[in-house]
Design a protein. Structure first.
Length: 122
């Protein structure tokens, strides 16, 4: 399902639950909430190797494509479907880094260290 229109929260949840994989079709992204939305639904994601997406996709063992070669998205999508057919799940251990309490803890450490080192936060 491809759509650039607004989806109600109920429709979005329905589509995410029904999806086998999620493709992030943007070619110029630094980050994407859609990636983490898909992970919330434990979906395999294929996305562009740009910005922090490249690092996150690699860390999670998800396929990526080169935005300079948009046709490589088809290969990444095919790889995502292969992962789905073989495992039909995400490696939960790889998601631990992104659990809210772990993200909050890292932010706390960053802010505490910044204050200790004399940086002000406005």
């Amino acid at each position: 399902y491809f759509n650039y229109k607004y989806l109600s929260p109920d429709d979005l949840a329905l589509y995410m639950c029904a999806a086998d994989v999620v493709l992030l079709p943007r070619l110029e992204l630094l980050n994407a909430g859609t990636l983490f939305l898909a992970l919330t639904y434990k979906k395999i994601v294929a996305g562009p190797k740009t910005g922090n997406l490249s690092e996150v996709l690699k860390q999670l063992g998800m396929p990526g494509f080169d935005p300079q070669f948009p046709n490589s998205a088809a290969d990444a999508l095919q790889e995502a479907f292969t992962l789905f057919r073989e495992n039909n799940k995400i490696d939960e251990e790889r998601l631990i880094t992104y659990q809210p309490e772990n993200v909050a803890r890292k932010w706390d450490i960053l802010i505490e260290n910044s204050v200790k080192n004399g940086f002000s936060i406005h």
